[in-house]
Ligand binder design. Sequence first.
Ligand SMILES: N[C@@H](CCC(=O)N[C@@H](CS)C(=O)NCC(=O)O)C(=O)O
Length: 214
Amino acid sequence: MKLIGMFDSPFVRRVAISMLRLDLPFEHANWSVGADFDRIRAYSPLGRVPALVLEDGAVLVESGAILDYLDDRVGPARALVPASGAARRLVLQVIAQAIGAAEKGRDIIYEGVWRPPEKRHEPWVERVRGQMHGALGELEKAAGKVSDQTWLAGSRLTQADITVACVFTFLADSVDVAKDSRSYPALERLVARCEALQEFVATRRPWFRPSAGG
Ligand SMILES: N[C@@H](CCC(=O)N[C@@H](CS)C(=O)NCC(=O)O)C(=O)O
């Protein structure tokens, strides 16, 4: 399989980490949505990453749909999202908050990258920043229930932990979460534990700001 997109994207990175944890080998196409837009669109006309090219040439887009396919491929015993019940609901809700926060962070970045300065609208950026912190506050509550021996959904690391860690690291690197005098100590502790794991270390990259000019 070929995974298209750079690892500084939390959407791409959560797929890469999941594939490493699930022992699913892949080739990495380290392509930028700025400079490599045409190359990406040759595989996915939407022009968004991640895109996962399967062995038969089919191309999957949208990280949630890709991860669902990977879970289905390895079966329920190894899947990173629990198959049913309260654990499934918790994991999916935590992921939804984290992805919401990541999308708000991405929107803040794109306001600066794709719009010329005279067209940027600061009140909108502030609103989006507030939404991002709203979601991070919910994640802080969830992380507050985790001990040093457990993960967000109990004794086993799940997609909730992977996604939360990818998103928090991305936001800390790219939109300086700390500058708004909000603190997330429980999240920071959980994310530090995740970032110490080998799959996270193998996919950690410095933040690469996309450029509209390519
Ligand atoms: N909901 C999507 C979001 C993916 C996304 O926003 N990717 C960004 C990179 S971080 C992208 O491709 N941006 C280029 C664009 O949409 O034009 C997912 O989870 O896969």
